[in-house]
Design a protein around this ligand. Structure first.
Ligand SMILES: [Mg+2]
Length: 184
């Protein structure tokens, strides 16, 4: 039996996007994120999956170890808030700025849907009934390419007239209202 999931971008959705964040003292949770995840997990009984481009690794700004340490710290914080994250996927590659083996046009890098498709396979997810929340059009495009039914963009950054259809929410509490209204 397949189940839906809530997919979240990280930088700009979970934490303030200060640019290539890799230490916990740079990691500023955005107001409303714990309520949103609690509703998905405890209200909808959906797993919450993070899908994050992390080209800072490929660019050599920080390494996989630092990223892994921060991810464990982040997940511990969510656990402590009774808002557990089921799985975190990241893509360290960049087609132009990646160094060495990280210079690759990787199918996991959003706007490509690779991370989402991998999660669907790993967790047996129903993507048509799933939702994705991001702050960039690449999040929306990846969600659309994967067949995610509800796509919500936070804020007004990155608007384009030719954009894939999606909903726009001013902030995370508004995104939670949308999710509440649109999920079964
Ligand atoms: Mg983002």
């Amino acid at each position: 039996m397949q189940r839906p999931a809530l997919f979240l971008d990280r930088d700009g959705v979970i934490n303030v996007d200060h640019g290539y964040v890799y230490r916990s003292d740079q990691f500023e949770f955005i107001p409303g994120i714990f309520d949103l995840v609690r509703f998905a997990v405890n209200g909808l009984h959906w797993p919450v999956v993070v899908v994050s481009n992390q080209s800072g690794i490929g660019r050599g700004y920080f390494d996989e170890r630092a990223y892994g340490d921060l991810t464990r710290w982040m997940c511990d914080r969510f656990d402590a808030e009774n808002a557990p994250i089921a799985r975190v996927y990241h893509c360290p590659y960049h087609p132009v700025h990646g160094i060495g083996r990280y210079r690759a046009d990787h199918p996991w890098r959003k706007p490509k849907p690779g991370m989402i498709l991998q999660a669907a396979s790993d967790l047996n997810l129903d993507l048509a009934r799933s939702a994705i929340i991001g702050d960039a059009m690449s999040d929306i495009e990846a969600g659309a390419a994967a067949g995610i039914g509800l796509r919500i963009r936070i804020g007004t950054r990155d608007a384009r007239p030719d954009a894939q259809a999606h909903d726009v929410a001013a902030d995370l509490p508004s995104a939670l209202d949308l999710l509440r209204a649109r999920s079964p």
